[in-house]
Design a protein around this ligand. Structure first.
Ligand code: FES
Length: 114
C-alpha cells in the first residue's frame, strides 16, 4: 500500500538518508570513518561522498575566491566540487574515493585569495 500526504507526516528513514537495501544479500557490515571529528557510518562499497550524503552532510569544501560552500554535484568525478582531504592527502574526490574504516576525512578549506 502506498503512502500519501493524507497519511500524515513521513517517518524519517531508519538509516539516515541512505536508500534501504534491496531484498537479498546483505550490504555488509557497517564501519565508521571520521569527518571533521564526527563519526560517519558507511558500508562496504560506498564512496565517502555517498556516506556523507547519507549522514546529511553536504558541504565538502569552500571555493578559493568567494569562500562559498561546495559539495556533491555530478557524482561521477567530472566537476571536482567534492574535493576533501583523506588521511592527509588533499584534493580527493569524495564521489569516487571509497570509504574505508577509520579514515580521517576533512573539509577542504582553501585560504581565501585576496
Ligand atoms: S561530485 Fe563532481 S567530481 Fe565529485
Amino acid at each position: 500500500m502506498r503512502e500519501s500526504a493524507a497519511d500524515g507526516p513521513r517517518r524519517p528513514p531508519p538509516d539516515g538518508l541512505r536508500v534501504p537495501p534491496p531484498a537479498g544479500p546483505s550490504r555488509g557490515a557497517a564501519f565508521t570513518f571520521r569527518f571533521d571529528g564526527r563519526q560517519i557510518t558507511a558500508y562496504p562499497g560506498e564512496t565517502i561522498g555517498a556516506a556523507l550524503l547519507a549522514a546529511g552532510i553536504r558541504r565538502l569544501r569552500t571555493t578559493r575566491f568567494a569562500g562559498t560552500p561546495r559539495g556533491l554535484l555530478c557524482g561521477i568525478g567530472s566537476c571536482f566540487d567534492c574535493l576533501v582531504t583523506v588521511d592527509g592527502r588533499g584534493s580527493q574526490r569524495a564521489c569516487l574515493t571509497p570509504a574505508i574504516p577509520d579514515a580521517e576525512v576533512e573539509v577542504q578549506d582553501v585560504p581565501r585569495a585576496t
